[in-house]
Design a protein around this ligand. Structure first.
Ligand SMILES: Cc1cc2nc3c(=O)[nH]c(=O)nc-3n(C[C@H](O)[C@H](O)[C@H](O)COP(=O)(O)OP(=O)(O)OC[C@H]3O[C@@H](n4cnc5c(N)ncnc54)[C@H](O)[C@@H]3O)c2cc1C
Length: 355
């Protein structure tokens, strides 16, 4: 069973350089043997044991507890494999799952500036890419990435062998954040890269198909909630060390934090139950649950950060304090696309579907 606490020495050594890929993510990939966990999820033949602590969401929570950048990188790896399973041909699945068994690290790069969006150009019988992606977690250190590119006015997923694409270069001009630095989420320009039709994954538009697209929010929420748990644990340790934990105001804060973390674990458990009933859950219900969970996660994490900072005071902002990095990492990681739209979608669902 994977528990972050058993790997604390490994997590402690992860650097904070925004241009240095954390090799620890590859070590963890070997340890986790994710394909063994993912194959039953892919086949859907075996029912998911909701109480199995080795469930994917529990693992993402533990990774987030250990280090949010590593959690982000491995969450991207899992997302890529799930997309290949959902939209790949039998040949693609065989080829890329074999690579994953051999511990190749995958990612998914979709985010881009509208002014330089990635698109496919056909020249004679060949396809070429033009444009750049921002926030490419893992950067050129990945083995494979799914890159979306405009085709027939919709995003086409492209399977790209990063290790073979030697002309790819990391552009750091947009990546010097206060947190999540080790996720090395650089910009990459794909202009001029030649691709072939057998690299197309699914059809144009499949990337945004529901419920797969929104359910990604459940997976990143699990990582973020793991980060919140570390902030809670370290706040408690700090107060105990300072002998400030019996003060009534601090007890109130710790009580509130404990309740928030209990809610976090309930969300994760409920998501696992939802996932285990995949066939019964309607697409609309699943999308709504994912939007509710990502918004609830945002609230829980922001409240945990605020309570931790009030409980510990300025020490939490000191470079060598154990709370400093998880707080700034979580602050940055919480910034995911379209939070207002996610909440509005829940409001819309409740108005239309609930009588
Ligand atoms: C550490 C990290 C790693 C990442 N890794 C990857 C990766 O590997 N691959 C990848 O594809 N992406 C990645 N991303 C990008 C991520 O998926 C999001 O696209 C990005 O974080 C969006 O953040 P944002 O705050 O700019 O979002 P926005 O959606 O721009 O939100 C900012 C604010 O604007 C509001 N808003 C949004 N749209 C509108 C509108 N039309 N009108 C008015 N208000 C609006 C939002 O509700 C919010 O309040 C990563 C991001 C981070 C932080």
């Amino acid at each position: 069973m994977f528990k972050a606490n058993d790997y604390m020495n490994l997590f402690k050594n992860i650097g904070d350089d925004p241009q240095k890929f954390p090799l620890e993510s590859k070590l963890l990939l070997k340890e986790l043997d994710l394909m063994k966990i993912l194959l039953p999820v892919f086949s859907k033949n075996e029912s998911i044991d909701v109480n199995n602590p080795q469930n994917l969401l529990n693992i993402l929570f533990e990774l987030g507890k250990g280090n949010l950048s590593i959690g982000r990188i491995i969450e991207g790896h899992i997302n890529a494999l799930l997309l290949i399973n959902a939209y790949g041909t039998e040949n693609q699945k065989k080829k890329y799952f074999e690579k994953a068994q051999e511990k190749a690290l995958f990612g998914v790069w979709n985010t881009e500036a509208s002014s330089e969006n990635v698109r496919i150009r056909k020249k004679d019988e060949n396809f070429f890419l033009e444009g750049a992606k921002n926030f490419c977690s893992g950067g050129t250190n990945l083995s494979m990435a799914i890159v979306t590119a405009e085709r027939s006015k919709k995003p086409q997923m492209i399977l790209m062998d990063i290790s073979e694409e030697t002309p790819l270069e990391a552009d750091w001009s947009l990546w010097n954040p206060i947190g999540m630095r080790a996720s090395v989420s650089c910009k990459i320009d794909f202009s001029g890269i030649k691709i072939s039709a057998d690299q197309f994954l699914g059809n144009p538009g499949d990337y945004f198909k529901e419920p797969h697209f929104s359910w990604g929010g459940v997976r990143f929420s699990a990582v973020q909630l793991g980060g919140a748990k570390t902030i809670f644990d370290r706040t408690l340790q700090h107060l105990k060390k300072q002998k400030r934990n019996s003060d009534p105001y601090q007890k109130q804060r710790l009580g509130k934090m404990a309740i928030l973390m209990e809610s976090a674990e309930q969300w994760i458990y409920h998501a696992i139950v939802f996932e285990s009933q995949l066939e019964e859950a309607s697409i609309k219900n699943k999308v709504n649950f994912a939007n509710m969970m990502r918004y609830a996660t945002l609230d829980i994490c922001e409240e945990i950060i605020s309570l931790a900072e009030k409980a510990v005071g300025v020490q939490a902002s000191m470079k060598n304090h154990p709370l400093e990095q998880p707080i700034r990492d979580l602050r940055v990681y919480l910034k995911q696309a379209g939070p207002d739209a996610a909440l509005a979608s829940v409001g819309d669902f409740v108005t239309r579907e609930k009588k």
